[in-house]
Design a protein around this ligand. Structure first.
Ligand SMILES: Nc1ncnc2c1ncn2[C@@H]1O[C@H](COP(=O)(O)OP(=O)(O)OP(=O)(O)O)[C@@H](O)[C@H]1O
Length: 273
């Protein structure tokens, strides 16, 4: 599987949110998307998930234009986990919600293999005991786990996860991100995930895409993307970046004043010419 994005652009009404975004992710790779609030991360993921239609540019899945794929086919290929707090909790139980993940695979109703996949997904996220509970009776972290379990049950080739760990406790942050790496490395899935935690992003991603005002500001390995210089320009913070055996540790020290930020931007622009 190869997910390729060429010249993608999107605007809400006439306000641009993404400009000329181009990248590709191969089978077995984990791509982390990072960037400050409003930089376009969720919009990009929603374009990849076919929730939004890009105004320009194309998303290809193994060379096929995503725009031309039918719902069922998209459901078998793409597993999308929306960001925490988006959308409403429907009047469904946990089990019913996770079973929805099997829908693109069903022909004659739910079979033993579907139940096996769903049972495994529930167990993996520690949800077995909550299977009969209504979704709207859960905590936000528990609800997030249900949506991740639903994507697992879908057994897609591409996982698109928007802040999957934002509401999870420490253990499940690690469990979910380690599982995504395992699915990429052992089953050849493509994993694209938006993460605000730059330390976790550096640890669990093969490559990072740093978005700034709707465009790709930097792309590549964590050490080349999460430099103090890039963090200063894009996030507007002075930060100390330390290499650890568990990825990079980013310590924000102080905000950069707007005049310093403008000067730094100009310096970077001159250097990149
Ligand atoms: N439904 C919408 N209508 C109008 N503008 C929107 C809408 N959703 C997002 N935007 C705007 O599009 C831009 C990109 O938003 P997006 O949600 O993609 O950013 P993000 O990087 O995911 O931010 P965050 O880290 O805060 O989740 C922002 O300027 C935002 O205000």
């Amino acid at each position: 599987m190869r997910l390729e994005v060429r010249g993608l652009g999107f605007a809400y009404s006439s306000v641009p949110a993404l400009r000329d975004v181009t990248f590709a992710v191969q089978s077995g790779e984990v791509l982390g998307i990072v960037g400050p609030n409003g930089s376009g991360k969720s919009t990009l993921l929603r374009c990849l998930a076919k929730v939004l239609k890009p105004h320009v540019g194309t998303v290809f899945l193994d060379g096929k234009d995503l725009a031309g794929l039918k719902g069922r086919e998209v459901g078998r290929l793409l597993g999308y986990v929306p960001p925490p707090g988006s959308g409403q909790a429907f009047p469904c139980t946990v089990l019913e919600t996770v079973l929805q993940g099997r829908r693109p695979h069903l022909t004659w109703g739910v079979g033993p293999r579907d139940l096996e996949v769903v049972t495994r997904a529930l167990a993996y996220l520690g949800l077995t005991e909550l299977a009969e509970r209504q979704l709207n009776e859960l905590s936000s972290g528990q609800r997030q786990k249900v949506l991740i379990a639903r994507a697992l049950a879908q057994e897609p080739e591409v996982f698109l996860l928007d802040e999957p760990t934002a509401t999870l406790d420490l253990r499940y942050q690690l469990e979910v991100l380690a599982l995504m790496r395992k699915l990429a490395k052992e089953q050849g899935c493509v994993v694209v995930m938006v993460l605000h935690d730059l330390g976790l992003a550096s640890r669990f991603s093969d490559r990072l895409l740093l978005l700034h005002q709707g465009s790709i500001f930097a792309a590549g390995g964590a050490e080349s993307v999460l430099t103090p210089e890039n963090l200063r320009v894009v996030y507007g913070v002075e930060a100390v970046v330390t290499k650890t055996p568990w990825g990079l540790q980013i310590t924000p020290v102080a905000p950069v004043s707007s005049s310093e930020k403008a000067q730094e931007k100009a310096r970077v622009a001159v250097r990149s010419q």
